[in-house]
Ligand binder design. Sequence first.
Ligand SMILES: Cc1cc2nc3c(=O)[nH]c(=O)nc-3n(C[C@H](O)[C@H](O)[C@H](O)COP(=O)(O)OP(=O)(O)OC[C@H]3O[C@@H](n4cnc5c(N)ncnc54)[C@H](O)[C@@H]3O)c2cc1C
Length: 465
Amino acid sequence: MPDYDYDLIVIGSGPAGHRAAIQAAKLDKRVGMAECNAVVGGVCINTGTIPSKTLREAVLHLSGYRERGLYGASYTVKQNITMEDLLFRTDHVIRHEIDVTRHQLMRNRIELFAATASFVDAHTIRLTDVDGRGQRDLTTANIVIASGTHATLEPHIPFDGQRIFVSDDIPGLRRLPRTLAVVGAGVIGCEYASIFAALGVRVTLIDKRPRLLPFLDAEIVEALAYHLRHNRLTLRLNEEVSGIEPTPDERVKIQLVSGKQIVTDMALYSIGRTGETDKLSLGAAGLTADARGRLAINEWYQTAVPHIYAVGDVIGFPSLASISMEQGRLAACHAFGIDAKSVPELFPYGIYTIPEISTVGRNEEELTGQGVPYEVGKAQYREIARGQIIGDSTGLLKLIFHLDTRELLGAHIIGEGASELVHIGQAVMAFGGPIDYFVNTVFNYPTLAECYKTAAFDGINRLGR
Ligand SMILES: Cc1cc2nc3c(=O)[nH]c(=O)nc-3n(C[C@H](O)[C@H](O)[C@H](O)COP(=O)(O)OP(=O)(O)OC[C@H]3O[C@@H](n4cnc5c(N)ncnc54)[C@H](O)[C@@H]3O)c2cc1C
């Protein structure tokens, strides 16, 4: 075995790289990490997950949105909410998360290089200092590429980061719009559209597909669309955007292929993300990325070169921080011969729209397509005391179970706390539990978790046996 400088070099300090590095360090390996951004944490901490979720929480609090079911539509904690109000909370959380991440890297003796990494060959990484002044080459036995993504930009759209912008720009916005067009109704587009709509911004959400979030259960998507419209959001589905341009009166004009025009104060362009691979000199290591900058991997997260792994958003779907972390851990374990497994079918999906959505397992369309006989049990939050107490009368928890074995096959939730509640269903599914488990167990009262019991009763009653 040649004598390398490191056992593992990780490229990128987002959740995927962070977890890979920590796992390798726990195995007593010599680990280096390159990060080209001025701070650690990647898109997750600095521009994506943490800012969007904190902004959402700030909106929910300051707008009084959660309390409106009880105190009326005019209830608000603060009038004239500004971008500064929202960013106050966001900045605080980002700073804290960066600090925690740095501390964890230091504690685990991971050597952090503030540099852009690129390949010299399959075992040598070139580190170019962020200021461009210095360069050095390091050799390593293994490499984990966790370089993430950036929002996809189109050359014909005049992005300025303030009036026409992508989600990465949102933490830097100086003011809030009165009207906003969101182009692209994927997860990020839907989340921000619903957050701005809850603030009272008149939002138009445009997508060329006929349906929002097609991977979700159709009933949950219908409920989301209902809530979005209730918050005065206009949905323009089956509509393709042909151009976006600033107008002389400091607004934005969105031209649709159908001939329609939409004029708003600002436009958020959210049509997807592109793998951050162009600075890596992949060819020097014998690797290539696809047209969207993504790397192909096998079930162990190995690229075409077995000691070079790729994890996180740079490998594409599902592009979640939660799953990126797990991929990082699994890749590092595999690199050092540790047997570690995960069950991807049971990964939950959290979508922080307002209202929140979370889902685990299969949905009705998937089961129908696979010819699996199933029944459904539902609970509305308004049937549950906790739903009344917190003022969420529209939430819905839907369980899907096998008609014969009664095994839980899926849990789909829309409403307050959905992304926490889903883990109960996830745990029962992990152990192959039947829907009867919820009937035969006791939940704290009053809680939203009781929805599981009500939904189970509803499902069993539908069986008529
Ligand atoms: C608006 C938004 C909201 C989101 N919300 C959620 C959510 O609620 N829940 C969830 O689970 N996920 C969410 N995500 C997805 C989540 O942020 C990503 O899945 C996660 O950040 C991916 O982690 P990563 O480590 O692969 O990449 P990243 O977090 O993108 O980190 C990659 C890092 O690599 C660095 N890098 C790139 N190239 C180089 C190089 N050549 N040399 C050195 N360093 C390099 C970058 O600077 C960056 O710091 C959201 C994303 C966005 C954009």
